[in-house]
Design a protein around this ligand. Sequence first.
Ligand code: HEM
Length: 217
Amino acid sequence: MAQLQAALPQRLRRVSVWALYAVGLIPATWGFWLGATGRLPGNPVKEFEHLLGLWALRFLIATLAITPLRDLFGINALRYRRALGLLAFWYVLMHFTAYMVLDQYLNFAAILEDIARRPFITIGMAGLAMLIPLALTSNRWSIRKLGRRWGKLHRLVYVIAAAGALHYAMSVKVVGAQQWFYIACIALLLAWRPLRPLFMRRKRAGAGGQRVTPDQI
Ligand code: HEM
């Protein structure tokens, strides 16, 4: 089966992670450039804010997809999970910054009122608040220091993804095909978690005594 990591020599693997960070930041840079040069259609502030929000959601989905991709198709892209998660965090942060600076002109009273009064903003804010500890602990030192608690803490990503989907659905007057598509992706990825132990047990049993390496579990 395709083993993304194994296919690449050691040095190229590290470079490929940095390449992912660089490529991942292209939509934000491109959107900013289009906005700054007056080439974003309609309301450019809203367009830019939406672009950042959508990419945040896409990176959250990509982060959640890593485990099922490995379980179901043997594609091991584990090396890229941290970068994808951090890209999701940076996009949410940029989305929030665009909202604070370009939309609300740093009027903190209005921002606080918005967070308290509009449920979809409250949910988005909760998503950002939960992403902060995950971003801060996404390094080897924290993984070592926190031990088993690290895994428990990082399960928050499921709540964050659900909050992101809900926030998106509530941000529009009518939930259309695009919203349903993202909601379905997140729902399927979240549904995989409780199903996974059963699937893995069957997979191991199906291997019929063949040795399953820890990497495949
Ligand atoms: C996990 C965190 C978050 C995710 C994944 C997220 C994602 C999104 C997405 C996908 C959209 C709709 C884009 C579109 O219609 O094309 C959106 C809209 C929006 N979000 Fe977020 N967001 C998050 C957090 C936040 C936070 C922290 C704030 C501000 C406090 C915020 C404020 C907004 C606003 C104001 C809109 C636009 C609503 C409008 O059209 O007027 N979001 N967000």
